[in-house]
Design a protein around this ligand. Sequence first.
Ligand SMILES: Cc1cc2nc3c(=O)[nH]c(=O)nc-3n(C[C@H](O)[C@H](O)[C@H](O)COP(=O)(O)OP(=O)(O)OC[C@H]3O[C@@H](n4cnc5c(N)ncnc54)[C@H](O)[C@@H]3O)c2cc1C
Ligand code: FES
Length: 290
Amino acid sequence: MTDSSPVQVPGTVLTMRRIGTYQTMTLVAPGVAERFRPGQFVAVAVGGEQSSMLLRRCFSVREVKPDYGGTVEIVFAVRGKGTEWLAALRPRDIVDVAGPLGRPFPLPRDPVNCVLLGVAHGSAALFPLAAVLGQRDCRLHFVLGGATSDDVLGARGARRTGDSVAVATEDGSLGSAGSVGDLLPGVIEDAQADVVYACGPLDTLRAVTRTCTGYGIPAQVAVEEPMACGTGVCMACVLPVIGDDGGTHMVRTCVEGPVFRGERVRWDDVGTIPFDALGAPRALRLGERS
Ligand SMILES: Cc1cc2nc3c(=O)[nH]c(=O)nc-3n(C[C@H](O)[C@H](O)[C@H](O)COP(=O)(O)OP(=O)(O)OC[C@H]3O[C@@H](n4cnc5c(N)ncnc54)[C@H](O)[C@@H]3O)c2cc1C
Ligand code: FES
């Protein structure tokens, strides 16, 4: 069985491609690729050895392949200095990668009807998941969205692998005008969905959870709470989540997440520490994680 603890490796840039508003980077990162499970992410050091940007930047993994000892593909939009630096890298450049980090999506034991919902770059996390669900003979129904057609990630790949694909853009430039949340009830009904997997902004995940609760089906959501260390030591990424004991716990999205059962997250209290919340658990060292 493969060791699942994360590794830190020098990743070699294999390819850089531009797709719409996104930059796609494939890194040769042996050790990361073979340990990866869908829903996990990587944390990349930015700015080079003398950089004043001390914090790693986190990215979902869109694809892993065994080529060259193991490759990892990430897709990102240029937002600030870190992603600007990453976008300027060229093949054969070296970048420090830590991963895979976080907990993966739980997988169904039996073939079930799955809705995979992603907004903007959040859709990246859905594709490795779709590959594994497909191997388990699950039916795959995609719901993809973004502000404009350029923001929708992976519609072509979804049409290739999915049983159905519904797209929504806020400006109506691709698919229907509106949000993915507007499309979800119809897709759940048509697909007779058993579970929804979602990745996107918090508002979307909150709406997805509410819809799923209404239909009595689970929502497995991957949250993108801004992170600092990505490894569980700094407590920058805590989220109020209801535990098995019924109490609210401030949990770290980088190690206890990023995937949560939607109805366990106290969406209305995100960004606060609810008065009844129990403290975050003792910080674990990387080697202590299962
Ligand atoms: C688990 C996880 C997975 C992610 N996956 C992807 C991905 O696949 N593709 C992608 O493009 N981005 C992804 N992000 C967001 C990405 O980490 C940030 O966009 C990136 O850190 C920005 O770095 P920067 O130095 O360019 O910008 P900064 O200067 O750090 O920030 C620029 C802007 O981005 C916002 N920002 C910074 N960090 C985050 C964050 N973690 N989440 C949301 N907004 C943020 C800031 O508020 C600011 O407005 C992910 C984040 C997490 C936590
Ligand atoms: S980002 Fe540091 S604990 Fe999660």
